[in-house]
Ligand binder design. Structure first.
Ligand code: PMP
Length: 446
């Protein structure tokens, strides 16, 4: 039996209707280098989605590989309660220097969803321990995505993933978020003053007394289809959170480490959240590790004699895994020494222009949105009415299948095609992936 058949026999893949795998068998990857994955038959795929937005500096990056190999012979893992190790300490010290101001206390978890869970619990407990036990609810934006575990899914607002589980989920306060392509105020993302923040203002006025935290993905709502909104919205959100004593949790799991053109998306708004969630690019996409980084003020509310019962008794087995920390330290060294972000930003303009010039005239391209190296193309049935295709047509999926045959892993979000490649992608590679995208678009939609 070949490997693909054995795979289907044993494995239940994430975010998949397994019946689709009968028609599109799993692609068995043998090895990878740079932006390319190579399957067992020698076919090559350009990983322009960074393997779910986590690969930052190319696959099998020599320096990260060496750092992990070195760490492996030193210490693979150790319990992180009462014990610690050099790679974790070094990582936190280094991150403190580049994170938004005031974020100085690091709590480790082992994936993005678990970081979100920890942040939600921390905020709830903080208010309980500082005289506001009535603050028990969370606010979040429409079209948010914060993960799949029950708390994280509760604050998420993409029905495709959460509708089924609604009876299980927390009762959160959903705020109509920015929708720049279909702006209710007829404004443009580049020049507006986040007029749409009004909906959040109203929700704060009505509910803030019972709310412990507002969670948001700064600047890019990735899973919603790389929906982008302006820094002005974040500034208003920070002000409102301050005014109403509500924590701001910035979920930079997808946007952190240069994806939006700055090290962190919050930097573009000049704000610091009360809690920042990081994962994915943190380890260069090598290992499952995540962080909740918070402030001294928040930390102090948990600091007391053990008998006071104020400790944050939350743990994950693989908290602070040394191999993941070694990868993360290598990522920071490479980013700095090889001027990765500067170079990515030099190429970003080229990539934006290329995507626009190649794709914008297609009659079914409704919107092209870009930030950093992220370029998203929203396909619509009717351009003038900005009307979506019926989900049943699976337009994005058809394009995905065609692109795979031509060597590009372009896994759309519904009918939003997007590029979110490793930051090290070069211009020749950009030319190749955009031209494949164009060909596939024409083959499917004419
Ligand atoms: N938050 C955001 C913004 C994400 O994009 C993701 C993952 N796509 C998560 C949380 C969840 O992370 P994980 O898949 O590691 O649980």
């Amino acid at each position: 039996m070949n490997l693909a058949r054995k795979d289907i026999e044993h494995i239940w893949h994430p975010c998949s209707q397994m019946k689709d795998y009968e028609e599109l068998p799993p692609i068995i990857i043998d090895h990878a280098q740079g932006i390319y994955l190579y399957d067992i038959y020698g076919n090559r795929y350009a990983d322009v989605v960074s393997s779910w937005w986590c690969n930052l500096l190319g696959h099998c990056n020599r320096r990260i590989n060496n750092a992990v190999k070195k760490q492996l012979d030193q210490l693979e893992h150790v319990i992180f309660a009462n014990f610690s190790h050099r790679p974790a300490i070094e990582l936190c010290e280094r991150l403190t220097g580049i994170l938004p101001a005031g974020l100085t206390k690091f709590f480790f978890t082992d994936n993005g969803s678990s970081a979100v869970e920890a942040a939600l619990k921390m905020s709830f407990q903080y208010h309980h321990q500082t005289g506001s036990p009535q603050k028990t609810r969370f606010m979040a934006l429409s079209d948010a995505y914060h993960g799949e575990t029950v708390g994280a899914l509760s604050v998420s607002g993409v029905d495709l993933y959460s509708q089924m589980y609604k009876p299980l989920l927390l009762d959160i306060i959903r705020v109509d978020g920015p929708d720049c392509y279909r702006c209710r105020y007829g404004k443009h993302r580049e020049s507006c003053n986040a007029e749409c923040f009004l909906a959040a203002e109203q929700a704060f006025a009505e509910h803030a007394h019972e709310v412990c935290a507002f969670i948001a993905e700064p600047l890019v709502q990735a899973a919603a289809g790389m929906k982008m909104y302006p820094p002005a919205y974040l500034r208003k959100l920070r002000q409102a959170c301050d005014h109403y004593q509500v924590h701001l949790i910035a979920d930079e799991i997808a946007t952190g480490f240069g994806r939006t053109g700055s090290m962190f998306a919050c930097d573009q708004a000049g704000i610091s959240p009360d809690m920042l969630c990081l994962s994915k690019g943190l380890t260069g996409g090598y290992m499952p590790m995540a962080l909740v980084v918070t402030t001294q003020t928040l930390y102090d509310a948990f600091y007391d004699d053990y008998s006071a019962g104020k400790a944050f008794l939350h743990s994950h087995t693989y908290s602070g895994n040394p191999l993941a920390c070694a990868a993360a330290n290598a990522v920071l060294s490479i980013m700095q020494e090889e001027k990765i972000l500067e170079k990515a930003n030099e190429n970003a303009g080229y990539f934006h222009r290329l995507v626009h010039e190649t794709l914008s005239s297609h009659p079914h391209v409704g919107d092209i949105r870009s930030t950093g190296l992220i370029n998203a193309i929203e396909l619509v049935a009717d351009r003038s009415g900005k009307k979506s295709f019926s989900a049943k047509q699976r337009i994005g999926y058809q394009i995905y299948k065609k692109a795979l045959k031509k060597g590009v892993l372009l896994r759309p979000l519904g009918d939003v095609l997007y590029f979110n490649p490793p930051l090290v992608i070069n211009r020749g590679e950009m030319d190749f992936v955009v031209s494949v995208c164009h060909e596939c678009l024409q083959e499917v939609l004419g």
